[in-house]
Design a protein around this ligand. Structure first.
Ligand code: GTP
Ligand code: MN
Ligand code: MN
Length: 614
């Protein structure tokens, strides 16, 4: 018996492997290299998921929760809690193609290096073969992926986050060799030699998250954390897809998709890009505070946008679940997320455990329980000085359980976008909301988007960094080329059919460090102004970065806040912007200013000139 033929390795059951000749050949090749004990072709059925959960409970990875059906808590290795940007590589043919914002290694060299790591890395483990589709299965151009992994946690999470299993295998079989798929190989990098006992969270201190945009491949090694290991999400739907989108004339973006119905019954769909842990999931599940408004959820993290035959930009959510930040999610801030979780079928990672078998994290309730087991497995009481949950603890839960999910969330053609919002976490300078005066100015504002860093990635928290279109960690190619693509996409349609672009900042602070704007559900008031701008009925003042609402143009009915705070949140402060200009210069210089499209350099020059004139 040779390990090179997967059918000779004892099968742990699952889908019939005679499905797609290219998949079979690739699986055989990977099995020969990684040498798993078993191969399991994932069916995506409930019975299979139950079996994976049982195995994960048995080996101590999962604790079964008692407060919701079919829900589990995993606590990770303390060193494997977030995306590892310094270990993430874009292996295009040349370093120039990856650009200065990405780590780069030549594809051949990376493959040699990682082939060495993958050699025998699945020894003693089961290799899972997961077929998935990013976006609706009935889309005109469905995008398929195959992930090979040696982690049951990943297999179970992929079933929540993507359309997966038998229906996808059937589609692949129907379409035969014609159909393309992204090859994603993942290993935790922890082979089990003869008789080794497994640990609850296997991983390796050596980590590589490598992308090969030219050949549409992903090789991930050493981490079990979602953003590094669920390859459909950041790796495919953003990094690889951004390169596909450039080649095929569409956009793959780090954006939520929200349906809004105003009191007159008019529907608008909006998309919004905020950096990690800056409010996408919260806004996607908005509970409107203005009477008569309805908000429905289509996606909370990623939007794929293509022009329709009518010339409008249509967005689909490539995912089928939420992988949301737990801390800060509570009944007051995001009751719809809490209701989604109450329906069960959820995998939590790195939250705290309550004494009655539930989960807790900072912000879940105002007062913490008297006793918890923290994410590191230690006793925790309100006197403990360290957080009970890791700041980047997450929940992974199906979108269909969300009480506000829009019926059209799975519509094959997507939904037409009226407005695109860019936003970040800035204590100063950036007004609550600004409408760009043109697509070009909107792309400029997106290109200079900045935010204070959060716990969603390893590294220092709270430092201002540029995060263009909230895509800095997710660009599959050169940032300057990406800006050019954003500018050129406008040529696909009439300018009046393009979405209007807005720049928002829910996080501006007063001198006392207090947030000036109440945020969360009250963000409805900002969206109401933005949509009335589109419908032509809201007042604004012109500034060098676009139009800002007059205080009276914002509907503040029933809002119990100091008007001075709102004024300060809305202010365009010339002095602050004058300080911002050299930072933007530095940012563009760091990309090599010659790679920045002339139109954007022109926008920057015009802004700088306007600031000296005032
Ligand atoms: P990823 O899933 O990592 O891409 O992040 P995300 O953009 O979905 O972030 P999320 O919605 O989970 O926001 C996380 C943090 O932002 C939490 O600490 C929230 O409390 C905070 N937050 C969200 N919306 C608001 C708001 O309107 N105002 C303020 N002040 N905080 C907010
Ligand atoms: Mn995200
Ligand atoms: Mn989110």
């Amino acid at each position: 018996m040779t390990a090179s033929d997967p059918r000779t390795i004892s099968s742990a059951g699952g889908h019939d492997s005679d499905t797609h000749p290219d998949v079979e050949a690739w699986v055989a090749e990977v099995a020969a290299l990684t040498r798993p004990a078993r191969i399991h072709w994932c069916t995506g059925t409930e019975a299979e998921a139950a079996e994976f959960s049982r195995q994960l409970v048995d080996k101590g990875t999962f604790v079964q929760l008692e407060d919701a059906p079919n829900s589990f808590l995993a606590t990770s290795d303390p060193a494997d809690v977030a995306r590892v940007e310094d270990r993430t590589f874009i292996c295009s043919d040349t370093a120039e193609q990856a650009g200065p914002t990405n780590n780069w290694m030549a594809p051949g060299r990376m493959k040699d290096l990682m082939t060495g790591l993958y050699d025998g890395c699945m020894t003693g483990r089961t290799m899972y073969v997961i077929a998935y589709c990013m976006g609706p299965l009935d889309a005109a151009d469905p995008k398929y992926g195959i992930e090979i992994t040696d982690s049951e946690y990943v297999a179970l999470s992929m079933r929540i986050m993507t359309r997966t299993g038998n229906p996808v295998w059937d589609k692949l079989a129907d379409n035969g060799r014609e159909v393309e798929f992204v090859r994603g190989l993942h290993s935790v990098g922890a082979p089990l030699q003869h008789g080794d006992a497994d640990v609850p969270w296997p991983c390796n201190s050596t980590k590589y998250i490598s992308h090969f945009p030219q050949t549409r491949e992903i090789w991930s090694y050493g981490s079990g954390y979602g953003g590094n290991a669920l390859l459909g999400k950041k790796c495919f739907a953003l990094r690889i897809a951004s390169a596909m989108a450039r080649d095929e004339g569409w956009l793959a973006e780090h954006m939520l998709i929200l349906k809004l119905t105003n009191p007159q019954g008019k529907v608008h769909y909006i998309a919004a890009a905020f950096p990690s842990a800056c409010g996408k999931t919260n806004l996607a599940m908005l509970t409107p505070t203005l009477p008569g408004w309805k908000a429905e959820t289509i996606g909370d993290d990623i939007a794929w946008m293509r022009f329709g035959d009518d010339g409008r930009l249509y967005a689909t959510n490539p995912e089928a679940g939420f992988f949301g930040v737990a801390p800060g999610t509570g009944d007051a801030t995001n009751p719809n997320a809490i209701a989604t979780l109450a329906a069960g079928n959820t995998v939590y990672t790195n939250t705290a455990l309550t004494d009655n078998g539930g989960t807790w994290w900072e912000g879940r309730t105002d007062t913490p329980p008297d006793h918890l087991i923290d994410w590191l497995g230690r006793d925790w009481t309100p006197d403990t000085t360290t957080p009970a949950a890791h700041p980047n603890s997450r929940y992974c839960t199906p979108i269909e359980q969300c009480p506000t999910v829009a019926p059209e969330w799975n519509a094959p053609a997507g939904v037409p976008i009226s407005a695109i919002l860019f936003g970040g976490r800035r204590a100063s300078t950036i007004p609550l909301v600004t409408q760009a005066s043109s697509w070009e100015q909107g792309v400029f504002l997106g290109s200079i988007l900045s935010s204070e860093t959060t716990a969603a990635a390893t590294g220092q928290v709270g430092v201002v960094r540029r995060d263009p279109m909230a895509m800095l960690p997710f660009l599959g190619y050169h940032a300057g080329d990406y800006f050019r693509h954003w500018l050129e996409i406008a040529d696909h349609t009439r300018s009046d059919l393009l979405p209007k672009i807005f720049y928002v900042n829910w996080f501006r602070r007063g001198d006392d460090r207090r947030f000036l704007w109440p945020g969360f559900g009250e963000n409805t008031r900002v969206l109401d102004w933005a949509l009335r701008r589109i419908d032509g009925t809201a007042d604004a003042v012109q500034t060098p970065i676009g139009s800002i609402p007059t205080l009276d143009a914002l509907d503040l009915t029933g809002l119990d806040v100091d008007r001075a705070d709102i004024e300060a949140a809305l202010a365009f402060d010339t002095a602050e912007w004058q300080q911002e200009i050299p930072l933007i210069d530095d940012w563009y210089a760091s990309l090599d200013a010659t790679t920045i499209p002339v139109a954007l350099r022109g926008q920057l020059a015009a802004l700088a000139a306007a600031l000296t004139d005032t």
